[in-house]
Design a protein around this ligand. Structure first.
Ligand SMILES: Cc1cc2nc3c(=O)[nH]c(=O)nc-3n(C[C@H](O)[C@H](O)[C@H](O)COP(=O)(O)O)c2cc1C
Length: 327
């Protein structure tokens, strides 16, 4: 399947969602290897970028193994967002994404960005316009939730406003800000968003495998889908979705050995990209995710939290295999 976002052509069925603290360069590369069609960056503060914070600027960088990649910006001031987008262009992004869905207080309340823009569609439109005016034909995408709360479902109108101001695609997570991650995912509103714009609509929320991906396509009429949490410790979710949508095939479960090999591979990539200190801190949660569902996973979770070295990780893997043989 081919998806065109402005001048960008994407082949496949599912995008890897932007996930701060999870979908970093190492994980994005793994997901691309396992069939994710496109990757989004962790949200980056436009203000931080404009003020020259190197940490914020790092989020703008995309690398060969994760292409097509687009960084994601958050903020509330059109001029600052435009300046940050200009900076992003220095790294040749395949597209630039604007965050209009993040519910975290630091983003939505302190910075008045992310999901706060759901309450101010006109400002949201100004931001899209300002960014588009500086990025020219680089595709611009917007990721939003359905609304601030269930009494204020604005996504269909907001999507229209974003399109009018230059957005080339809309991603819609079928939840309100108030819902955070609680069920249900509102497929009706996603369907309405699809009807309200002519640019591609990427549907997001609770897709975990081939059948749930097919269901999202069928129920909403969306042009593409995006997968977030189901990829945690499970980059294979993309090849499973692809096999199901292409051929109706359900691929077998991934063995513990393959899971552990992939965890080690991911950790080594994190060491290379972020240094040992950060890599070992962050690999703890990934380790727990990779082990999920296997015998002894609950007991091993405490051990995951103690990883401080590659040897520590290898010892954990040995322990996991021992537990599993006991099955
Ligand atoms: C740990 C975590 C971090 C996230 N970070 C971002 C982010 O930086 N930008 C963003 O737009 N959404 C972010 N999200 C939301 C996801 O992109 C996605 O919309 C949400 O998880 C719903 O999709 P899912 O049901 O497939 O997980 C994050 C979600 C999680 C769980």
């Amino acid at each position: 399947m081919e998806l065109n976002i402005g001048k960008l052509k994407i082949n496949g069925f599912a995008a890897l969602a932007p996930m701060a603290g999870v979908a970093d360069r190492a994980f994005r590369e793994l997901c691309r290897c396992h069939g994710a069609a496109v990757t989004f960056g962790e949200l980056a503060s436009a203000k931080g970028i404009v003020l020259g914070d190197p940490h914020s600027e790092n989020y703008l960088k995309g690398y060969e193994g994760e292409m097509p990649f687009g960084p994601q910006l958050f903020g509330s001031e059109p001029e600052i967002m435009a300046k940050a987008a200009q900076k992003a262009l220095e790294y040749n992004p395949c597209f630039i994404d604007i965050n209009m869905g993040c519910p975290a207080p630091k983003i939505a309340i302190s910075s008045k960005g992310g999901s706060a823009l759901l309450k101010d569609p006109l400002l949201a439109g100004e931001i899209v316009k300002a960014v588009k005016s500086v990025i020219g034909d680089t595709p611009l995408t917007v990721k939003m939730r359905t609304g601030w709360d269930e009494k204020n479902i604005v996504a269909p109108r907001l999507a229209e406003i974003c399109q009018l101001n230059g957005a080339d695609a809309i991603t819609i997570h079928g939840r309100t800000k108030s819902q955070m991650y609680a069920p249900p995912c509102d497929l009706e509103t996603i369907k309405k968003v699809k009807k309200s714009v002519s640019v591609p609509v990427i549907a997001n929320g609770d897709i975990t495998d081939g059948p749930s991906a097919a269901y999202m396509y069928e129920k909403t009429g969306c042009d593409f889908i995006m997968v977030g949490r189901a990829s945690e410790g499970n980059p294979w979710v993309f090849e499973k979705i692809n096999a199901y949508l292409e051929r109706g095939e359900i691929l077998p479960d991934i063995s513990l050995d393959e899971r552990l090999e992939t965890l080690i591979k991911q950790t080594k990539l994190m060491i290379e990209y972020k240094g040992e200190h950060t890599a070992f801190l962050e690999c703890r949660k990934h380790a727990a995710w990779y082990l999920k569902g296997f015998r002894g996973a609950a007991a091993l979770r405490t051990e995951c939290g103690k990883i401080t070295s590659l040897q520590g990780l290898l010892d954990l893997c040995k322990m996991a295999k021992k537990f599993n043989i006991g099955e």
